[in-house]
Design a protein. Structure first.
Length: 132
């Protein structure tokens, strides 16, 4: 099946974003714009992750559904680290197949930075490093 998708989104929990970035509004605007598939955004943030657990319904094949719109579990992280004597800053989009994997990933990532203040957390790890 083909989808029109937006895979780089943020929630109301990301720094400097609109407080109206709720699942309800994301789904409403996706329908208006003809978008079939959205990333869940910011799944590393504890409050947003709790809301995703409560509101998203598994739709099969790694997709979830809310109010008629498909969602894939995705987030953005900022990796800040030194390499070759220089500081590096790399933003990475992460995707996960299910909420249980997100819970494990969040636990591993929390060892590299505080996930609570920002839906787009800054992690002190190389972009190439695998979380433990």
């Amino acid at each position: 099946m083909a989808y029109i998708a937006d895979l780089h989104l943020h929630s109301a929990y990301a720094y400097a974003t609109s407080k109206s970035l709720t699942l309800e509004n994301l789904a409403r605007w996706a329908k208006i714009k003809g978008i079939d598939l959205l990333a869940s955004a910011d799944f590393t943030h504890p409050a947003w992750f709790a809301e995703l657990n409560q509101k998203l319904m598994m739709d099969g094949g790694g997709l979830y559904q809310f109010d008629g719109v498909h969602f894939v579990l995705g987030t953005e992280v900022s990796c800040v680290y030194k390499q070759g004597g220089r500081q590096r800053r790399v933003h990475i989009l992460l995707f996960a197949p299910d909420l249980a994997t997100v819970a494990r990933l969040n636990l591993a990532l929390s060892r590299h930075g505080n996930l609570k203040p920002d839906g787009r957390p800054t992690l002190t790890m190389s972009a190439r490093a695998s979380p433990p």
